[in-house]
Design a protein around this ligand. Sequence first.
Ligand SMILES: [Zn+2]
Length: 75
Amino acid sequence: MPLYEYLCQDCGTKFELLRGMAHADDPAPCAQCGSLRTGRLISLFAAVSDGRIVTGPAGCAGCSAHSCAACGCHR
Ligand SMILES: [Zn+2]
């Protein structure tokens, strides 16, 4: 199951959740303050290789999926 990273827009806390792909974009309650105003950080791999946080879908070189987070090929 993929590990997704979320950022709380209310308190700035970053937290991670293990959840199925079908639920990746569901509202994720903040681990710190419980706010539902959180955004998913798409791919830790893309963030590291780019040197910045990528908030949109990233192309995957290894497959035809929309992102490596969807196919897991970057493991
Ligand atoms: Zn929060």
